[in-house]
Design a protein around this ligand. Structure first.
Ligand code: ZN
Length: 420
């Protein structure tokens, strides 16, 4: 117990020093300093965190955070906190919405949370806390996130795990005897990481695949695919924001695959039917260059459809035209019956059949119209921009071509038709 406490204090001192040293960097975004420990037998997490919230993200003196609804929240405290309430989310029922109300007149607010609870590891989302591995994603709501799905955070997490564990996460990790400190390298909407006592890993040119025993063969193939994509995408888009290395966690699990900067987690069931199925690795890597925006908005087709197309082009250059045609065919199957990609006056989020089907096909239509060279420039301009809204994407197209082409593309986005 004493050893634990010393480790806790040591880690927290470093975390706070990092947070202070990074004060300027974090000024725009909420910043967390989080400590988490586990009961591996019961899948329980125990969390203490401090969240610094700048007034820029506070509206009407309030912010709303999501947190796992089954957790026992022991305390929510802050000097500028005027009120706190929580209730089950109507939008996402397993989660609670915590509404924090602040006193006005402050530039920042600091709120401390203390909570614990068991994760539901059978809900099909791929989260796990066992004595062999820990996989925590957005779907577990183990850490507070902003309920608008549009406010990224930065910070540090101290993970109480001894040195028989290896930890992978977005950003960087520092290992001590009894804990690992994660420091995020870029703002993200959530806090995700993976820890394992298994030492399966294969690395090629900065691309590491960490895998379970079910994926030994696939891991070797994906390390090669990923290394080639990583080099190619850096060459095309990495001038301002290079991705020096990346880690892919490859597990036979349930739940979605996802990417957060240099950390990728892929459900190996999603990477079958090679070679075109390997596109998912390049798709996830491409997300390093697609700005986040609001993941619940009608503009969310942009990062997904561009990542699809960019990933498919990488597979085409590695495996040839047949693989690309197979991907195009899968887009056509998904797009069948969808009515449009984006309309200015419709604000619902596009379906996955649009994001991974009709969207990339509409981009190919644009390529047909403007030619490969201009289209490649359009892709590169988007991937090196911070564009998250369709209006701004159309402006980019206007500046690269002309207003007539942009108006034509806007009309194309508004229909499900695939003929010119
Ligand atoms: Zn994606």
């Amino acid at each position: 117990m004493d050893a634990m406490n010393n480790a806790y204090l040591g880690a927290n001192a470093i975390a706070i020093a990092l947070a202070l040293a990074s004060g300027v960097l974090y000024a725009q975004e909420p910043a967390y300093v989080t400590d988490v420990s586990f009961n591996h037998a019961t899948s329980q997490v125990d969390v203490e965190l401090s969240l610094t919230i700048p007034k820029a993200v506070v509206e009407n003196n309030q912010v709303t955070l999501f947190l796992n609804g089954s957790f026992d929240v022991a305390s929510v405290e802050g000097e500028t906190l005027a009120g706190h309430s929580s209730e089950a989310s109507a939008q996402i029922p397993p989660w609670n919405e915590h509404v924090l109300e602040f006193e006005s007149g402050y530039d920042t607010h600091r709120v401390s949370f203390s909570y614990s609870g068991e994760l539901n590891v059978d809900d099909g989302h791929g989260n796990e806390v066992s004595d062999e591995r820990i996989h925590l994603t957005i779907d577990s709501a183990w850490h507070p996130i902003f309920a608008n799905f549009a406010t990224p955070m930065q910070g540090t997490v101290t993970i109480q795990l001894d040195d028989s564990w290896r930890v992978y996460a977005p950003g960087s990790t520092t290992r001590a005897e009894n804990w690992v400190l994660l420091e995020s390298a870029s703002p993200q909407l959530d806090v995700a990481f993976f820890a394992t006592r298994n030492d399966n890993a294969v690395e090629e040119n900065g691309f590491t695949v960490i895998y379970d025993d079910a994926n030994t063969q696939l891991a070797t193939e994906l390390s090669s695919v990923g290394a080639t994509c990583l080099a190619s995408l850096n060459e095309k888009f990495g001038q301002n924001r290079p991705l020096d290395s990346a880690s892919l966690v490859l597990l036979q699990r349930q739940g979605p695959s996802f990417a957060r900067a240099n950390f990728l987690s892929i459900n190996s069931n999603n990477v079958q039917r090679p070679p075109f199925g390997y596109q998912l690795v390049c798709h996830e890597l491409a997300h390093n260059w697609t700005a986040i925006g609001n993941v619940m908005s009608h503009d969310y087709w942009i990062p997904e459809s561009f990542a699809e197309l960019v990933g498919a082009r990488e597979i085409q250059s590695q495996f040839g035209d047949d693989a690309f045609q197979s991907l195009k065919q899968s887009w056509q199957e998904r797009a069948d019956g969808t009515e449009f990609v984006w309309r200015e006056n419709v604000h619902q989020r596009a379906s996955h059949r649009v994001n991974y089907g009709l969207g990339p096909l509409k981009l190919l239509q644009l390529e047909n119209r403007v030619g490969a060279q201009t289209f490649d420039q359009f892709i590169a301009d988007y991937m090196t921009s911070d564009i998250t809204e369709t209006i701004d994407l159309l402006d980019l197209l206007t500046s690269l071509t002309n207003s007539e082409t942009a108006a034509w593309f806007e009309d194309q986005l508004a229909t499900g038709e695939l003929n010119e």
